[in-house]
Design a protein around this ligand. Structure first.
Ligand SMILES: [Mg+2]
Length: 235
């Protein structure tokens, strides 16, 4: 089976500071074991460096699609780069956010994210600044997630990330596929997984139409994955 998993909110709980969303070592060891039984990929909106900061060394049996699928890695090795676009100059946006404590900009491959998990003021102000900027520098896609606004300038999203990982892992005919994610950006991936005959699982309290199963939280995700670890090997 091919198991594709989002990271924040799926494999680790959402925390106020994204850089503190470290993976639990036992859970990481479990994921590594799982990746030896099934093909396992993590699909994250994070850049490679930001992902590595919270996940640590990446075992070579785990695939990672970073920046919403702009790049695909096998372990720590970059194997495909789908970025093919440039970011606009973010200086003006940086300047406007400078005095808004609890916000920060993250530059990634072909996209950027405005985080505001720790911002205590009026969220409308953040949105106004973000939308002012993207109106002048229109991206291909805008995604509003959990305390995060993202602008994607390339032709990728988590749906194309699923396709790109599948190309790389060489999905066999009839090979099962599963995607688990918790945020708006994952809806692209859930749709794609279903379209490709896979199962789409959402983590949260309300099941979106894109999903066919709901898990309530991160603990639930690991319980579910543990049942897959008992099923037959893919090889
Ligand atoms: Mg997430």
């Amino acid at each position: 089976m091919i198991i594709l998993l989002d990271y924040d909110g799926t494999l680790t709980p959402i925390v106020p500071k994204p850089r503190e969303a470290k993976i639990d070592p036992e859970r990481k060891a479990f994921l590594e074991r799982l990746s030896k039984r099934h093909k396992l990929g993590i699909v994250t909106g994070r850049s490679f460096d930001s992902f590595r900061e919270v996940f640590g060394d990446i075992p070579e049996t785990i695939y990672v699609a970073t920046s919403h699928g702009a790049k695909v890695y096998k372990g720590e090795k970059l194997i495909e780069d789908f970025t093919k676009c440039q970011l606009p100059d973010l200086k003006e946006l940086e300047d406007r956010l400078k005095n808004l404590k609890g916000t920060f900009l993250e530059k990634k491959d072909g996209c950027f994210a405005l985080h505001y998990r720790e911002y205590e003021g009026d969220e409308r102000k953040i949105k106004e600044i973000f939308y002012d900027f993207v109106k002048k520098n229109p991206p291909k896609k805008i995604i509003e997630g959990k305390k995060i606004l993202e602008a994607i300038y390339g032709d990728f999203d988590k749906g194309t990330a699923v396709e790109n990982i599948l190309k790389v892992v060489d999905r066999k005919r009839e090979e099962g596929l599963l995607y688990i994610g918790d945020d708006t950006t994952d809806l692209y991936a859930l749709r794609k997984a279903k379209e490709l005959g896979g199962r789409a699982i959402f983590v949260g309290t309300d099941k979106p139409p894109e999903a066919d199963l709901l898990l309530k939280d991160v603990d639930d995700v690991y319980e579910f994955l543990a049942t897959l670890n008992e099923t037959a090997d893919h090889k």
